[in-house]
Write a protein that binds this ligand. Structure first.
Ligand code: NAD
Ligand code: UDP
Ligand code: UDP
Length: 327
């Protein structure tokens, strides 16, 4: 599918396009022959993530903050702009809420004016610390509105509200996806997420930091599977709005993840305990019945395989920075 050109090339705007998921999405869209406008303020994204795309004639990179209006002519919008890891979204929580809420209003205003289809990168965090397990799209969630994670969770919930109101009020064509924890090459090595932390620690033979008792669970989806899910949802008929869960239902405790990373890296690291962050969800696993039925999607990449590819990426980063340091 990667090399196939779409019959009609589209002009596609990707906000947050220089980030982890955004850069993989831009690449997939370009490979299908689309014109891609990547918009990013480089808060957590990096130009290095998209440097290899500059050779595409159909690729344009623009520094812009989505909390401000933007006037461009496009056919499709993927709205991914928003810091995703707890340390980054809690660094400036007011800006995080503004990015989700004002960013959504601006992108929806743009979609309304141009008639573009618009995709929202929502999150499993809308379920908060869930009392239903696994989580279906019908579950309304269990979110603290005033805690340190609220800027992200409530910002994303409000963005979903805006998407559905623009759809009902202005007939904007919307596609809302709820992304569960996703990992892979181009994750920021210092963004504090568990997969990047554990791999970096293991590669450096440093202690692996288990928060709390390490028995909390997450379900990890490899990036290529996720990007395939994005494109399948965007290609659905207009009556498919979502929200739709996309993630890998394989569920692991953080101790199991640490053990797998140690095994795959052959690391000498040991486990060390740190306090559990406030409001850290105890368990998370997507019910992907809808994704299977509506998108014909299910994950293809086993955790061990995805981790191997991600370890190779971080290993190359570390080797590169060591060489740069000794040069
Ligand atoms: P990321 O931090 O790598 O990417 C986010 C991008 O948005 C970065 O390039 C950042 O610079 C940009 N950005 C942030 N604020 C902006 C603003 N105001 N204007 C313009 N650009 C801005 O994170 P990611 O993992 O690639 O996440 C992408 C999207 O997917 C986010 O919306 C996130 O909430 C969502 N998501 C990701 C995961 C995951 O596990 N990776 C899970 C659920 C949801
Ligand atoms: N907007 C934008 N680009 C456009 C159209 C609109 O950035 O091409 C922004 C603009 O800031 C506007 C917001 O989207 O305030 C919401 O647009 P809408 O048409 O819903 O509302 P209004 O223009 O009445 O505020
Ligand atoms: N976590 C951990 N050690 C780390 C980083 C995270 O044990 O070095 C835990 C964290 O407490 C959470 C899980 O791993 O329970 C996933 O954390 P992440 O920040 O990656 O994602 P989220 O909590 O947003 O799902």
């Amino acid at each position: 599918m990667d090399n196939a050109r779409d019959i009609v090339a589209k002009r596609v705007l990707v906000t947050g396009g220089a980030g982890f998921l955004g850069s993989h999405l831009c690449e997939a869209l370009l490979k299908r022959g689309n014109e891609v406008l990547c918009v990013d303020n480089y808060f957590t994204g990096r130009r290095a993530n998209v440097a290899h795309l500059l050779e595409y004639r159909n690729f344009e990179l623009m520094r812009h903050d989505v909390t401000f209006p933007i006037y461009v002519e496009v056919d499709e919008i993927y709205n991914l702009a928003c810091p995703a890891s707890p340390i980054h979204y809690q660094y400036d929580p007011v800006q995080t809420t503004k990015t989700s809420v004002h960013g959504a209003i601006n992108m929806l205003g743009l979609a309304k004016r141009t008639g573009a289809k618009i995709f929202q990168a929502s999150t499993s965090e809308v379920y908060g610390d869930p009392s239903q397990h696994p989580q279906t799209e019908e579950y309304w969630g269990n979110v603290n509105p005033i805690g340190p994670r609220s800027c992200y969770d409530e910002g994303k919930r409000c963005a979903e509200t805006l998407f559905f109101d623009y759809h009902r009020q202005n007939n904007v064509r919307i596609k809302v996806i709820r992304i569960f924890n996703t990992y892979g090459p181009r994750m920021h090595p210092q963004d504090g997420r568990v997969v990047s932390n554990f791999i970096m620690q293991a590669l450096k033979n440093e202690p692996i930091t288990i928060f709390g008792d390490g028995l909390q669970t997450r379900s990890f989806c490899y990036v290529d599977d996720m990007i395939d899910g994005f494109q399948r949802l965007m290609a659905t008929p207009d009556d498919v709005t979502g929200p739709i869960n996309v993630g890998n239902p394989g569920e692991f405790t953080m101790i199991e993840l640490a053990e797998k990373v140690i095994e795959l890296t052959g690391s000498k690291s040991t486990l060390t305990r740190l306090p559990l962050p406030t409001d850290d969800p105890k368990q998370r696993r997507p019910d992907i019945t809808k994704a299977r039925e509506v998108l014909g999607w299910q994950p293809q990449t086993e955790l061990a395989e995805g981790l191997k590819r991600t370890i190779a990426y971080f290993d190359a980063l570390l080797t590169g920075s060591k060489q740069a340091g000794s040069a």
